[in-house]
Design a protein around this ligand. Structure first.
Ligand code: NDP
Length: 261
């Protein structure tokens, strides 16, 4: 799985999603992260197809929506996603959120999809440690990935440590703090030393922590900028400064609370 991919949350179905994904593929991204609930799988699929890039060079992720969870409904939702994406298989299929009372049945469906080789790997998203422990009691396949909100001001060290101990990769959503961490003066000062933007420094921090990172932008220049992160390396001192910025503040919903919304 490529360590640096492209996210498309809040990217509008139609010309916006088509252009953003086309640009991302043109500048070198090979992993795209979408979800049924983003409503843009059709445009993402069209951009992938029109890119002409061989399928095996791409890594496509999508996710089952909360209102589709359950065994049969997930199998159905997966078929719909494949059709919209115009793909025969996805590389990674995720449970989007741990819907209480349903995520174990949803996981059985993902295991079936995996056995049928319709997803190269399967995983979860927004799972706390207690959700993982519960899932693993019955799971036959261990999730390969947990995609969680993670950025310098929400560094999620306990979850990362647990996942590492269980050999589960951590993928950072909202890697730039959904824009909030981009205003941080400490990160700006670090960037000035390397001649790099705040976004590039943050993406580098994720990569140097062995995290999978999927920044989103709809602007061509930023899409390219966020991919130009392989020509510098943060020192241990600068990594330590970034590590010290954690405040445990979420931009998104706490996975323990989302059911109540
Ligand atoms: P990000 O942390 O990627 O931040 C995106 C924001 O930062 C946008 O407002 C974007 O603006 C701005 N931005 C991006 N690059 C730059 C730059 N170089 N300079 C200045 N501003 C910039 O937030 P996301 O929530 O989009 O997270 C990334 C991906 O993670 C999503 O797209 C989605 O694929 C996934 N995700 C998964 C979730 C889950 O529940 N599993 C939840 C949320 C996200 P603009 O577009 O205007 O350039």
């Amino acid at each position: 799985m490529p360590r640096l991919g492209f996210g498309v949350f809040k990217v509008q179905e139609g010309s916006e999603a088509y252009a953003a994904v086309s640009t991302a593929l043109k500048v070198g991204y090979r992993a795209i992260d979408t979800a049924a609930v983003y409503g843009n799988e059709e445009s993402v699929g069209k951009a992938i197809k029109d890119s002409g890039i061989p399928r095996e060079e791409l890594f496509i992720t999508t996710k089952v929506a909360n209102d589709q969870q359950g065994y049969d409904s997930t199998l159905q939702a997966f078929a719909t996603s494949l059709e919209k994406l115009q793909l025969d298989y996805v590389d990674l299929y995720l449970i989007h959120w741990p819907v209480k009372g349903k995520y174990k049945d949803t996981w059985r469906a993902l295991e079936e999809i995996y056995r049928l080789k319709k997803a190269r790997v399967i995983g979860v998203s927004n799972f706390h440690i207690h959700h993982m422990e519960d899932l693993l009691k019955d799971a036959e396949v261990v999730p390969a990935v947990n995609q969680i909100e993670l950025h310098p001001t929400l560094s999620q060290v306990p979850v990362r440590t647990w996942m590492q101990e269980h050999d589960i990769a951590v993928e950072s959503w909202g890697p730039l703090g959904q824009g909030a961490d981009l205003k941080n003066p400490h990160i700006l000062a670090i960037g000035e030393k390397y001649g790099k933007s705040v976004a590039q420094v943050i993406i580098r921090w994720h990569l140097q922590h062995n995290l999978i990172v999927i920044p989103k932008s709809v602007h061509e220049q930023r899409i390219a900028e966020n991919f130009q992160v392989f020509d510098f390396e943060l020192t241990a001192e600068d990594m330590a400064v970034l590590d010290s910025l954690n405040t445990d503040d979420r931009q998104g919903t706490n996975p323990d609370d989302f059911d109540k919304r």
